[in-house]
Design a protein around this ligand. Structure first.
Ligand SMILES: Nc1ncnc2c1ncn2[C@@H]1O[C@H](COP(=O)(O)OP(=O)(O)OP(=O)(O)O)[C@@H](O)[C@H]1O
Length: 276
């Protein structure tokens, strides 16, 4: 079955204890294979939304619903009964990479297989030869095969983020949610990680939703942007509309919290942008 819609969010509300409303009536659809930037200043609700899309956060009891890859993921403040199965198709990467530093890179990547293994094998880290070959293939695809047997903590930040992406590839995810994946990286690592997201979207057809506070990165790498301000969706449309004047209209003086300057000196390779 070919799915047209990868993510559907309707009237999403999230109120944290203390009354902070992190999401207010957010609704949108993302088609399978799209690459969408989630843009907003610090505290605008990007992480909360990403966590709601993968079931790490529940919405309010009367706070709308989320469906992913054609199945209800949460509604009425409750996660779907089959959330564990659904999570296998959803890869998530975070600003801080979430690797286990003392374990080899390969073992970290192999944990992407954990949800589909019997619990005892996942806990003991017993992976067979074909599983290790799969993980090595994924590391090769992202240019880290040589570092496979190093401890994850010995990699640079950019390499660690790429290893986290290899883990998502091994997991076989169809949807990648990336929460500020380049916020702590230098420009060269930023470029490599963003190129990689573009590559797996173009070559593997993976749907990518990436939260960013760099407007220029959103413009370079994504055709569509969903912008949040104080938990509300304030724009959903083509990134090319994000001119400085338009952003000032959208955010007012809060525009200063967004990074307008381009951290990169070169655009992504044409070969990636032109891929089918
Ligand atoms: N667990 C929590 N408890 C209480 N308030 C929270 C919690 N998580 C987030 N918030 C609040 O919800 C709002 C949205 O936070 P969120 O982390 O989603 O924003 P963000 O756009 O991802 O910001 P940043 O770019 O700084 O990560 C903020 O005001 C934040 O303080």
């Amino acid at each position: 079955m070919v799915l047209d819609v990868a993510v559907r969010v309707a009237k999403a509300d999230k109120t944290f204890p203390g009354g902070r409303r992190a999401l207010r009536g957010v609704g949108f659809e993302v088609r399978a294979g799209e690459r969408v930037a989630l843009l907003g200043a610090s505290g605008s609700g990007k992480s909360t939304l990403i966590r709601a899309l993968c079931g790490l956060e529940t919405l309010d009891a009367r706070g709308g619903e989320v469906a992913v890859l054609g199945r209800p993921l949460q509604a009425g403040g409750r996660l779907a009964d089959d959330i564990r199965v659904q999570r296998r198709a959803i890869g998530v990467i975070f600003q801080q990479f979430n690797l286990v530093g003392r374990l080899p890179v390969l073992t970290n990547v192999l944990t992407g297989l954990a949800p589909e293994l019997p619990l005892w094998r996942a806990v003991l880290g017993r992976f067979d030869t074909s599983e290790k070959a799969r993980a090595l293939d994924a590391l090769d695809a992202i240019g880290l095969a040589e570092q496979a047997f190093q401890r994850a903590s010995t990699l640079s930040g950019g390499q660690q983020q790429r290893a986290a992406i290899a883990r998502v590839l091994v997991q076989g995810a169809q949807l990648l949610l990336a929460d500020e994946p380049v916020a702590s990286l230098d420009p060269e690592s930023t470029r490599r990680v963003m190129d990689l997201l573009l590559q797996i979207n173009r070559e593997r057809g993976m749907t990518v939703i990436v939260s960013l506070h760099h407007v220029a990165l959103a413009r370079r790498y994504c055709e569509r942007v969903i912008a949040l301000r104080d938990g509300e969706l304030v724009f959903d449309g083509p990134t090319r509309q994000l001119t400085p004047a338009f952003l000032r209209d959208l955010y007012g003086t809060a525009v200063e919290e967004l990074e307008i300057e381009d951290p990169l000196s070169e655009p992504p390779p044409m070969s990636l942008l032109a891929a089918a």
